[in-house]
Structure formats: structure tokens, C-alpha cells
Design a protein around this ligand. Structure first.
Ligand SMILES: *Cc1c(COP(=O)(O)O)cnc(C)c1O
Length: 388
């Protein structure tokens, strides 16, 4: 693929307008469940939208090109993508997964995958040697980097060398950085997972998910599962994500710029007892990030000095909205302990350092002056409320 990443957000190698019979520049929404045949044995290439639909296929081609995979599959949600991926494993198979994962992924592994006979070992990849947990039943290693919400960074290249040498599948959830900032397949991963709801869609308006692979065998098996279990993304939602991706590069750059500005402001705030942002040179994953990513993203976690102060911030935000999710145009703040990580067992929360003083922010694309003024106002109100 010859184009640079910004261009690949918009264009495939073939010219869309020249291909379309009416010259449409925007890819059409093929809102149809089924496709008529011209005759017996004559398919247009599309038969039924659960199997494939032109709008979904266009989106899948764009995402495959962004992640430098040979195939991408679009799902009705990030969790539908991960649940489909788990269908590649059988009872008795074993997976080693990082302990600091998206709460929904932990819930899936513990409640669905284990029930289906798949054994999951969850360890801290930053502290433990993954190779020690690999057995003759192990089939895959699963990681997010940076993690949610603690921003732990894993060296994908190093992990890829291990999984290649042991013939294991390396799965990387790349939601937090998006393909604009990081391409795990190039670093040794076999499958990339995305919640397309986040940066790819980017507008806090659509739920979607992706699996991307550079392996023919995995692509073939996933294609069989998606058509059989039917979790593929609808034509209209595919179009919304296609439209969102067009501005991925601009949004990622602006979100990162705003995140750096907020980090600077938080550094000068006396109630802030910790800032976790991988773009800070003092962040333990900083050097690895510089070696494997093209940026640090727009996700920012910080700790304040009391639970009351954290709650007061949440009560006073106005421009920044108190909501789950991330990666959209609007800045959002969440309280991981009662929201995204509500179902995570307490001992796991403690081990990951997720306390009742931790707040996570998904920095949006607003003007950074407005975001800083919002922080100034909110922190002043919280100071008044909590410490008088
Ligand atoms: C949101 C998220 C998911 C799940 O995606 P949905 O689209 O909400 O189903 C998976 N992984 C990460 C890192 C996420 O942030």
C-alpha cells in the first residue's frame, strides 16, 4: 500500500468515484439484507448481508489497510469481535492474558470463555515473565498496550518473539492508540482487536468492533465464524465508522495535543498525587512507546488526594462529560472503579492500582483553552466543597 496513513484513512488504491456508476465520492450505504442473482450460479459477489455487504467490505478494506493486515472483519461491537475471536479456541485450550485489561474483556474471559472450557491465566505482564506460564495447552497470548486505565505498556516486539518461538497467537487490543499511532501486526502480533466505538468511529455515536490479521489461516477461520454466528456490523453503522475514520489522523493529533496541555496543567495542581500518561518521560513505558508507537494518544489517568475530591470533580464537570467510553470528539471523564471496572474482582483492582482516587479522561478535540478553564473551574469548586 503506497499511501501514507492520513491518506489511507480516506482512500484505497482504487479510485472510489471512478468505480461508482454515479461517481459518488462518499461510499454508498448498501442498506439491503439480500442480493438478487442474475441467473443460476451467477452471484454479484454478495448473496446475503450477514455474510458480506459492500459497505461493510469497504470499511474492512480501509481498516485492514490502516493496520497493515491482509484482512479485517467488522463486528457489531468490540466485545462481539473478541467473543468471535474466542471461537477459534476449543475446550482445553489455554490463554495467557495480561491482568490489566478492559473490564468487559475480563468479564468475557471469566464468565464465558472459562465456561466454554478455555483456561485463562491472568498475570501482570509488566512484573511477571510470560514464558513461565506457557504450557503445552497454551494457544495464545492476549494484551492491551497501553492498558485501560493504568497505561501500562508492553513491549510488543519482545512478546512477538516469544509467541513466534512457541508457535502461539499474539493478540493485541490496539483500541487506545488506534492504527494512526501504532500497528501491532508490524511488531509481531497475529491479530489486532479494536473497539471501533472508540477512536476509529470517533464521534461517540456508533458501537463497532474489528479483528485484523496478517495470517491467511486466521482470516479464513474468522470468516467462517462471522458468517456462522452473525455478529457482523450493519451497513449503516459501517458507513458511520467509514465516515469517522476519514478524520482519524486529525482527531488523534488534536486529542494528543490537548492531553499534553492538560498534563501540564495537572502537574501544577496540589491535589493531584499522580499523573499517568505514557508521553511523560518519567512514565515507565515511555521508551518502549517511543520505539513501537508514533504517538502517545489522548488517554490520561490521574489520581487525586482523596475519594471525596475525585467525586466532587465528577459532580462539577460541565464541558467535560461524566460518561463511559473514550476516543470520541467530546472529552469524557470516568471513574473506573464504579464504571468500566465495576465487575472486576476487588483483589484485581488493588493489584492494578485502581483506587477510588483514580479518574480517567478521554481527551477530546475541543479548544485546549476551554478544557483548561473547565479544569480550573472544577478543581476550584472541588477544593471549596471538600476542603472548605
Ligand atoms: C471499549 C473497549 C472494548 C469493547 O468494545 P465495545 O465496542 O464497547 O464492545 C474492548 N477493548 C477496549 C480497550 C475498549 O476500550
Amino acid at each position: 500500500m503506497g499511501y501514507e496513513v492520513e491518506t489511507r484513512c480516506l482512500h484505497l488504491e482504487e479510485n472510489q468515484a471512478k468505480k461508482d456508476i454515479y461517481g459518488a465520492v462518499s461510499f454508498p450505504i448498501y442498506q439491503t439484507a439480500t442480493f438478487a442473482h442474475k441467473g443460476v450460479g451467477q452471484s454479484t459477489g454478495y448473496d446475503y448481508s450477514r455474510l458480506q455487504n459492500p459497505t461493510r467490505e469497504q470499511l474492512e478494506k480501509i481498516v485492514a489497510s490502516l493496520e497493515k493486515g491482509i484482512d479485517a472483519l467488522a463486528f457489531a461491537s468490540g466485545m462481539a469481535a473478541i467473543a468471535t475471536l474466542m471461537e477459534l479456541f476449543e475446550p482445553g485450550d489455554h490463554l495467557v492474558v495480561d491482568s490489566d485489561l478492559y473490564g468487559g474483556s475480563i468479564r468475557l474471559f471469566q464468565n464465558i470463555s472459562e465456561k466454554n472450557g478455555i483456561e485463562i491465566t491472568s498475570i501482570d505482564f509488566g512484573k511477571e515473565d510470560v514464558s513461565r506460564y506457557i504450557t503445552d495447552k497454551t494457544k495464545a497470548v492476549y494484551v492491551e498496550t497501553p492498558t485501560n486505565p493504568m497505561m501500562n505498556v508492553t513491549d510488543i516486539r519482545k512478546l512477538g518473539e516469544l509467541t513466534k518461538s512457541k508457535n502461539l497467537m499474539l493478540i493485541v487490543d490496539n483500541t487506545f492508540l488506534s492504527p494512526y499511532f501504532q500497528n501491532p501486526l508490524e511488531l509481531g502480533a497475529d491479530v489486532v482487536v479494536h473497539s471501533g466505538t472508540k477512536y476509529l468511529g470517533g464521534h461517540n455515536d456508533t458501537i463497532a468492533g474489528f479483528l485484523v490479521t496478517n495470517r491467511e489461516d486466521i482470516s479464513e477461520r474468522l470468516r467462517f465464524v462471522i458468517k456462522t454466528t452473525g455478529a457482523g456490523l450493519s451497513p449503516f453503522d459501517s458507513w458511520l465508522i467509514l465516515r469517522g475514520i476519514k478524520t482519524l489522523a486529525l482527531r488523534m493529533e488534536r486529542a494528543q495535543e490537548n492531553a499534553f496541555a492538560l498534563v501540564d496543567w495537572l502537574k501544577g495542581c496540589k491535589r493531584v498525587t499522580g499523573i499517568i500518561y505514557p508521553g511523560l518521560p518519567e512514565h515507565p513505558g515511555y521508551e518502549i512507546m517511543k520505539a513501537q508507537s508514533r504517538g502517545f494518544g489522548g488517554m490520561l489517568t490521574f489520581e487525586v488526594d482523596s475519594k471525596e475530591f475525585a467525586l466532587s470533580i465528577l459532580n462539577h464537570v460541565k464541558l467535560i462529560q461524566f460518561a463511559e467510553s473514550l476516543g470520541g470528539t467530546e472529552s469524557l471523564i470516568t471513574y473506573p472503579i464504579t464504571q468500566t471496572h465495576a465487575d472486576v474482582p476487588p483483589e484485581k483492582l488493588v493489584a492494578n492500582g485502581i483506587t477510588d482516587r483514580i479518574l480517567r479522561m478521554s481527551v477530546g478535540i475541543e479548544n485546549k483553552k476551554d478544557l483548561i478553564e473547565e479544569f480550573e473551574r472544577v478543581f476550584a469548586l472541588a477544593e471549596e466543597e471538600v476542603y472548605g
